[in-house]
Design a protein around this ligand. Structure first.
Ligand code: ADP
Length: 345
């Protein structure tokens, strides 16, 4: 009977151990040895496991045979790892043993943490403009009741704060739409050069107001790629708008489209779309985190420019849905270049 139990422990894919009622570990499979150390077999479980929650659960289970679950926390040298530990009694010919199995739930924990961070971020982003609007409503009803000049000024601030909330909600909805479609491949035929021309036309007014020059460098022969036209327009809009917003007066934003050709980064035929600005650039250590939601290099400047912190996260998801690649290069003081490689087919 014990031999069968030992074989079963060895066959389990998760780390698993068997502890007999003499409190010794009588079996441990390879994953358990990798987790808890070679040579744990034969040892008293207290010296091998050492975490009070788990030790209590094993003692309890050895005593009454009732199943239990607990947690085991370790650090693999790089990150904290959380295991969900399940305990169940196994009847042996003579006495009882406890089967202890470990399931790595770190990814689940991380998803949970990301969700909590996201909700906290969104709440914070909405609360700031909302607090401003509520404050101005009070002012309009009280001290500014008979002050038409003040009223006009407060209403205009309220309008821009409401517009900020509206942009944030718009970006959140876009992000959730893009995420929900991420596994659905786009099917439209899109003329990317035409998309660049019409997007730049739409942003010309914004660029003029900011004193930024927009330049397009497009191939002469028209061609199409498979994509989602609205989403690709959003990629271009977000990137060019950032170039305008952060570029500053006197900067230029150049959009370049390459004709179809083999793209080493995609290992297939594709095109590259680059959006390069001559703005202040971004320090290298920010680059890896730039596409995270709500990550900003300079929060104050982003908010002042009406940024939501979601533009590049949206770009990254859209490019991912198109099986493309996004690359960001920047030299502080010289400018930033966003390169989007997209497969043709
Ligand atoms: P935001 O709404 O804040 O612009 P994004 O996700 O579009 O959010 O961009 C994230 C951050 O990356 C911005 O807050 C800004 O600090 C930085 N950034 C994006 N594009 C540029 C650019 N062209 N030049 C300099 N910084 C940029």
């Amino acid at each position: 009977m014990l031999a069968n139990a030992l074989d079963m422990v060895a066959a389990l894919p998760l780390p698993a151990l068997l502890i007999r009622d003499d409190e010794r570990i009588v079996a441990a499979n390879d994953p358990a040895r990798a987790l808890l150390g070679q040579g744990i077999e034969g040892r008293h479980f207290i010296t091998a496991l050492r975490q009070p929650g788990l030790l209590d659960a094993i003692e309890g289970c050895l005593k009454d045979g009732a199943p239990r679950r607990t947690e085991y926390l370790t650090n693999d040298g790089q990150q904290d790892t959380t295991y969900r530990v399940m305990l169940g009694a196994v009847a042996l010919d003579r006495g009882r043993a406890v089967l202890v199995s470990f399931e790595d739930v770190t990814p689940l924990e991380q998803v949970g943490q990301m969700r909590r961070d996201f909700v906290a971020n969104v709440s914070h982003e909405l609360r700031t403009p909302l607090t401003a609007v509520m404050g101005f409503i009070e002012t309009l009803r009280g001290p500014a009741r008979n002050d038409p000049v003040g009223q006009e000024r407060f209403l205009s601030i309220m309008q821009s704060e409401a517009a900020r909330m509206n942009r944030l909600i718009g970006d959140l909805l876009s992000l959730s739409r893009v995420e929900s479609e991420e596994r659905v491949r786009p099917t439209d035929r899109v003329d990317p050069a035409e998309l660049v021309r019409s997007t730049l036309r739409g942003l010309q007014g914004l660029a003029e107001t900011a004193g930024v020059t927009l330049v397009a460098d497009l191939p002469e022969t028209p061609f199409t790629i498979t994509g989602d036209a609205d989403q690709l327009r959003q990629v271009l809009t977000n990137l060019v708008e950032n170039g305008i917003k952060y570029g500053g007066k006197g900067a230029s934003v150049t959009v370049t489209l390459s004709p179809p050709g083999i793209q080493p980064r995609l290992r297939t035929e594709g095109v590259t779309l680059t959006v390069a600005d001559t703005g202040p650039g971004i320090a290298a250590y920010h680059l890896p985190r730039l596409t995270e939601r709500f990550y900003r290099v300079d929060s104050h400047r982003s908010r002042e420019q009406g940024g939501t912190g979601l533009g590049l996260a949206i770009v990254k998801h859209i490019v991912g849905r198109h099986r493309g690649r996004l690359r960001i290069d920047s030299v502080p003081g010289q400018g930033t270049t966003f390169t989007v490689s997209l497969p043709v087919g």
